[in-house]
Write a protein that binds this ligand. Structure first.
Ligand code: ATP
Ligand code: MG
Length: 425
């Protein structure tokens, strides 16, 4: 019996991994322009971090965490999302003491959720996320939203819908909560058992239920926008006015509540509208979390962030049929014929690599024809052929594969020759 990858996980092989690198490099470059710096936190954390921050009525905490006890009997959890750890680190490292706030961070890495695997839903997936902690200026909300839209735009995605909503401050949320309880309570027995628990603990979560989404009471549920107090309304109006000012289109959806407990004020998602994208269209989710830093033991430091998964990003690129950057292949493949030439090619390929070229050679002791074919398959720009006669004269034949031309070059001049040729291109 051979061992296979665990359910809901995947190997990312050469040919695919370049797509990941491409998206990561775009996202990192956009972060550089918006002045966000990378933070790297552990893959596992104390379980308590997630139960306290993500919230124990959420799907993530109730059903999806990979929790285990280590040999010292500590309960640890493979991180299901990034915000909790970033905020923990913000508090632990007293980043709130840095004079310039907000602290603007980005992260990327694998997240783990025990979910039912399907397209766009994995048990290990890679998120890229951003957090700006330490400012309640609505301009930061607009900046974070502009940042994510810029990442998508830089990758060429066009068929997107930015959906935003306000969950209001604590006072607004409480008023809305009462209204939701009054709305759902009389008929709560028609809902799933999760929703029945949510009613008392966190009725807002009912609106995010995947099982009961078509129940008639969902459509008529009280809208948060009708319960926003003046401050929350003014805040939301500022955010949207800034988005208008920078020309970012959005749709307001009062039903957008997001899965996690810690959100308030601005919540947003980016959906793909590409045909054939599949049932799960959410590419990115984010929002403001003003109480989270305090919940995790820090001073009052309002934050906002988002996260997207690279898996769904790639799916959106493919649904929109956006071309990936082409693989340029090798600069030079060395074909060596005969024992002496092969021996010599050890130093030669090393010399090319040291000079900055991507270079490779044959390691299977193949005949000339097979080595030339390999060079073709590796899309080598140049094939350098070293035969015994040539070696005796300290020369090598260099074929320009694009032009079809070839030159006989002194071995000692090979790197300079390639440099000149490549610059001329
Ligand atoms: P969903 O409603 O699809 O379950 P979520 O609310 O659980 O999403 P978030 O916790 O907001 O998702 O995570 C942010 C983003 O991470 C999502 O918008 C999505 O792009 C991605 N994501 C979440 N779960 C997965 C998964 N299991 N596999 C791949 N990507 C995921
Ligand atoms: Mg989920």
């Amino acid at each position: 019996m051979s061992v296979k990858v665990p359910r809901g996980t995947q190997d990312i092989l050469p040919g695919q991994s370049e797509k990941w690198q491409y998206i990561e490099s775009i996202a990192k470059d956009v972060c550089r322009r918006y002045h966000y710096k990378e933070i790297r936190t552990p893959i596992f954390e104390h379980t308590e971090l997630f139960t306290r921050s993500v919230g124990d009525t959420t799907d993530i905490v109730q059903k999806e965490m990979y929790t285990f006890e280590d040999r010292g009997e500590r309960s640890l959890t493979l991180r299901p999302e990034g915000t909790a750890a970033v905020v923990r680190s913000f508090v632990e490292n007293k980043m709130f003491g840095i004079p310039d706030q907000p602290t603007k961070l980005f992260y990327t890495g694998p997240m783990f959720r025990y979910e039912r695997p399907q397209s766009g839903r994995y048990r290990q997936f890679v998120q890229f996320g951003v957090e700006a902690i330490g400012s309640e200026d609505p301009a930061i909300d607009a900046e974070v939203i502009a940042l994510i839209m810029d990442i998508y735009k830089s990758a060429g995605l066009k068929k997107l819908n930015l959906v935003i909503n306000s969950l209001g401050d604590a006072e607004s949320r409480n008023a809305h909560r009462e209204a939701l309880i009054a709305h759902f309570e009389p008929r709560i027995d028609e809902f799933c058992t999760d929703c029945q628990t949510r009613l008392a603990k966190n009725p807002l979560r009912i609106l995010d239920c995947k099982k009961d989404r078509d129940h008639e009471l969902m459509a008529t549920a009280p809208s948060i926008l009708d319960y926003l107090n003046d401050e929350s309304k003014a805040y939301f109006a500022k955010v949207t006015s800034y988005l208008d000012a920078i020309g970012i289109a959005y749709t307001i959806d009062p039903k957008l509540v997001r899965g996690l407990d810690y959100y308030n004020h601005t919540a947003f998602e980016v959906m793909s509208e590409a045909e054939g994208f599949g049932a799960i269209t959410t590419l990115c989710g984010g929002g403001r979390y003003n109480g989270l830093v305090q919940d995790l033991g820090g001073p009052e430091s309002p934050g906002i962030g988002f996260a997207f998964s690279i898996e769904r990003f790639i799916a959106a690129m493919e649904a929109e049929r956006i071309e990936w950057p082409v693989d340029n292949g090798l600069d030079c493949f060395i074909v060596a014929l005969g024992i002496e030439a092969k021996d010599h090619s050890v130093a030669l390929v090393h010399e090319l690599r040291t000079a900055g070229f991507s270079a490779d050679r044959d390691y299977q002791d193949r005949k000339m024809k097979a080595q030339l074919k390999a060079s073709d398959r590796q899309k080598a720009r140049f094939t350098a052929i070293l035969g015994e006669d040539e070696l005796a004269e300290n020369r090598i034949t260099v074929k320009d594969m694009a032009e079809g031309s070839q030159d006989n070059v002194l071995l000692s001049e090979l790197t300079d020759y390639l440099k000149t040729k490549m610059e001329a291109k």
